[in-house]
Design a protein around this ligand. Structure first.
Ligand code: GTP
Ligand code: MG
Length: 207
């Protein structure tokens, strides 16, 4: 379906929807702001409803991708709205704050909800944010990683504040989604795809 992501081989980007989920104040909006605008605010306002942002990025292999990001509101009173945003999305980032064990529990319940109610082939990344506050962490890297492995999630520890692993995480998700939906191996230039099809045809042809 068109809104799940479309692969176009004429130089236009591979675009897909990505939803950010997680307890209030884990840093969803901050991560989005960092990725999209390269900015960070110490007093980021709590999101009302949801916010929509887009960002284009060129992957290592030269593929241009465009992220359509839904930054949802983590406050409990907005929970019932979230299916509108994750429905049909090929990618989700479930975030927690590494200094708040409670937010890690909440992240686990988001993963469960996605597995039960989102698209069956949704790719989920787990992001432990606020890595700059490593000295006061209460969720260990091992704990996050073990849960991610068990649930088959991509796993990152990020900091919107210090810009740690932000681009890397989005690039890894796009590569993964491309691999599954684009059939290009995630890093191939679409023009190369056309070329290789062409050369296969030449090689195999007998006329
Ligand atoms: P809701 O919109 O209510 O769901 O919250 P949110 O998840 O969007 O959190 P938000 O981005 O508003 O960040 C909450 C607070 O955490 C803000 O004061 C941010 O400045 C701070 N914050 C976000 N990311 C980081 C980070 O990586 N490190 C540190 N130290 N603070 C952060
Ligand atoms: Mg927010």
């Amino acid at each position: 379906m068109a809104h799940r992501g479309s692969f176009v081989s004429n130089g236009t980007p591979f675009q897909f929807k990505l939803v950010l989920l997680g307890e209030s104040a884990v840093g969803k909006s901050s991560l989005a702001l960092r990725f999209v605008k390269g900015q960070f605010q110490d007093f980021q306002e709590s999101t009302i409803g949801a916010a929509f942002l887009t960002k284009s990025m060129t992957l290592d292999g030269g593929q241009l991708v465009k992220f359509e990001i839904w930054d949802t509101a983590g406050q409990e009173r907005y929970h019932s709205l979230t299916p509108m945003y994750y429905r049909g999305a090929p990618a989700a980032v479930v975030m927690y704050d590494i200094t708040e064990q409670e937010s890690f529990s909440k992240a686990k319940s988001w993963v469960l909800e996605l597995k039960q109610q989102a698209s069956p082939d949704i790719r989920i990344a787990l992001a432990g944010n606020k890595l700059d506050l490593n000295a006061t962490r209460s969720v260990s890297t091992e704990e996050g990683k073990a849960y991610a492995d068990e649930q088959d999630l991509l796993f990152f520890e990020t900091s919107a504040k210090s810009n740690a692993n932000v681009n890397e995480m989005f690039a890894a998700i796009a590569t993964e989604i491309l691999r599954v939906n684009g059939g290009s191996g995630g890093t191939d230039d679409p023009d190369n795809l056309l070329l290789s099809t062409d050369s296969n045809r030449k090689g195999g042809c007998c006329r």
